[in-house]
Design a protein around this ligand. Structure first.
Ligand code: SAH
Length: 362
């Protein structure tokens, strides 16, 4: 099916585009021009790419295509957040959230349909893993957001899926986000969020200089094993050094830790103390995320006073800590509230809550 389709130019980063043009005997700069037309100007019709010869345009139209995910639902929230449901070529659906905040605007994109990691408080886990998104399906979310709202100031890979489990397409898509001929976002304005696939963190360091957010959620292995089961494979004593290594050499950088506040589970003073000890010496920003309940989950959100007290402890220890605002909850766009219709592994079409789209992290 998908493999019979002509090459989708949305799947190519700048290097890929230049290589394609070289391979058909055209000049690489024509490839750069096409790349710019698509991402900077939002043009997907070869006929409008007026700095290419008519002959080259006709040739491209014959050979390749520019195919985008399709927006099948746009839901605006009273707080300015907008959620889009995007349908992919095989009928799978992912969600993308646009979050304006003063002069900032953040697009939260998905990297997979479903997720294989099975974190106990995350509803995407319930859905299981369906498939990886292609480069075009990831950058296509940013393409649409840019056309509708203008190019965002920030992109976070905090939607559905584990981005480091879809390594090459994610790296390529982030390159396009940063490219001067495309979305021009600096390394401080593209953030990848991971639950901690340690070998791929080291690989990422070789390939990309984006900012790093890590889903920590617990200060010790015993608890993290329960909440984030990938911890059994890559425990904290491997994860923390990998994160520190990632930001080594850039004094401006900090790791953003995500910590979901679960009532009576990970939110005590003792947990805060252990967290402070764990992060000692690591340049850190802490994002406390009030748990967003979803049908069938046993967890409860920590009371606001508990979250405030937890935050105070971390602040007193010198850890910059914010409580992530819940945005878009009236349109089911807050974390833990997204609902997507996807095909499960038995190919039935089912409705499931997707937990993963988040308010942006600083
Ligand atoms: N797989 C990546 C990207 C997902 S980002 C990662 O784990 O980092 C989504 C963030 O929301 C993660 O920090 C995730 O742990 C958190 N999250 C998932 N379900 C949640 C819920 N119900 N309430 C609050 N935060 C949740």
């Amino acid at each position: 099916m998908a493999t019979e389709n002509p090459l989708n130019l949305l799947d190519l980063d700048r290097g890929g585009m230049e290589a394609l043009f070289a391979s058909i005997g055209a000049k690489p700069f024509h490839g750069r021009n096409v790349f710019k037309w698509i991402h900077k100007h939002g043009v997907t019709d070869f006929g409008q790419m007026t700095d290419l010869s008519k002959k080259l345009r006709a040739r491209l139209a014959d050979m390749v295509e520019i195919r985008l995910p399709q927006i099948i639902l746009e839901k605006p929230s009273s707080d300015g957040t907008t959620k889009w449901v995007m349908e992919l070529e095989d009928g799978q659906r992912v969600e993308t959230v646009y979050i304006p905040d003063g002069r900032r605007s953040t697009v939260c994109v998905s990297s997979q349909v479903g997720c294989a990691l099975d974190c106990s408080f995350c509803s995407t886990a319930r859905q299981g893993f369906n498939r990886n998104l292609s480069v075009g399906e990831i950058i296509g979310q940013v393409w649409h957001a840019s056309r509708i709202k203008g190019v965002p100031t920030n992109v976070v890979l905090m939607g559905m899926g584990e981005p480091l489990a879809n390594f090459e397409p994610v790296v390529s898509a982030m390159e396009i986000m940063q490219d001067d001929l495309a979305y021009m976002l600096s390394k401080y304005r593209v953030t990848i969020s991971t639950s901690g696939i340690v070998p791929n963190l080291y690989r990422l360091k070789e390939r990309s200089d984006v900012s790093l957010a890590v889903s920590l959620h617990a200060p010790d292995n015993e608890l993290r094993d329960q909440l984030v089961p990938i911890n059994r494979k890559y425990p904290l004593e491997e994860l923390i050094p990998a994160c520190r290594d990632f930001i080594r050499g850039d004094k401006r950088r900090k790791i953003t830790w995500e910590y979901v506040m679960l009532d009576g589970i990970n939110d005590s003073d003792a947990h805060a103390k252990a967290l402070i000890r764990l992060l000692e010496g690591t340049p850190s920003k802490m994002n406390l995320i009030p748990f967003n309940p979803f049908p069938g989950s046993d967890y409860r959100a920590s009371p606001p006073e508990r979250i405030a007290a937890f935050r105070q402890r971390l602040l007193r220890a010198g850890i910059m800590t914010i409580v992530r605002k819940t945005r878009g909850d009236d349109i089911d766009a807050a974390c833990g509230q997204l609902v997507g219709r996807v095909r499960d592994r038995s190919r039935r079409t089912v409705s499931v809550p997707l937990s993963s789209v988040q308010e942006a992290c600083r």
